[in-house]
Design a protein around this ligand. Sequence first.
Ligand code: SF4
Length: 340
Amino acid sequence: MGFNILDVAITGQSSRDACPGALQVHPAADGPLARVRLPGGDLTGAQLGVLAAAGDGVLELTSRANVQVRGVRDPAGFAAAVAAAGLLPSPSHERVRNVLASPLDGSAAFRGVVRALDEAICAAPELAGLSGRFLFAVDDGSGDVAGLGADVLLMSRGDRFAVVAGNTDLRLRLPPAEAVHEAVKVAQNFLRVSDGAWRIPEGAFEGVPADLPKPRTSGYVGDFGETTGALVPLGRLTTRQAAVLAEAAWLRVTPWRTVLVPKGTRLPDGLVTDPGDPWSHVSACTGSPGCAKSLSDVQADAHPIGPPVHWSGCARRCGRPRGEVVDLIATPSGYQRSTT
Ligand code: SF4
């Protein structure tokens, strides 16, 4: 595998990676904020209940299919509870288990690849040094997560997987176990020469440009066979809503702020199952009062405008989905539309 050291060194970043985790909580304006990684978006109802019980009443679904807990009352107790619930298999690697996976594919074979990748990441000691922003993805061939900007992508091609590093197809077509091994090797090779860079930059690996689909901007609302997808507007789930969802036999968080559950599962008020609902195309950062940088109460201001829109309290645009999305950014004189 070829690797261009110069390209990575140029994009190196020296500032500390303060990406929150279950153990490294972020001091948000509304209290400690924890982020729990859910490889493939999978969690049980009981695990959701544990997360909901730890905060001030709000869980946030992230664009990487993870869950944030706001206002964690007791960070040490939270870490213990998360570990006891089976959501902290590797304390050293807890922030680097960022693994997206095609949500609708619940087959044992596909989920097995996702699990194997997570386990292989945790079994590689040096990968604890990855940034919390480094992203793996496993796509079942549908292309739904392939366009979401993963650093290392395994793309199903029949019974094999293509391996993509950054935007480069490494021209490998490997059986699942070898593909998982290769994904870890890519991350290890990147780390060796990354010089502090958080993400794999363009052109870092030798290969051919990957033919990746456009990013989806919303996903899986309504019935899909025996699975129902429910939109969680703005990705905010109250404790009360979570308590109802916790009755589900299984849950899968998607990168589009939707939750998949078995068809027939009781859903809480406020979740949306109409695929035509305009809230499918609305996302927002935390804004005030949770974020001290915000110039507005973004969550209260956000509403559908027609095309996919992301509302932000400042120019950082946290949580912005990839793809063609209108940005509305708060300024002292109201929201401004940004085209960058
Ligand atoms: S976009 Fe700005 S205001 Fe919104 S959460 Fe991020 S830093 Fe805070």
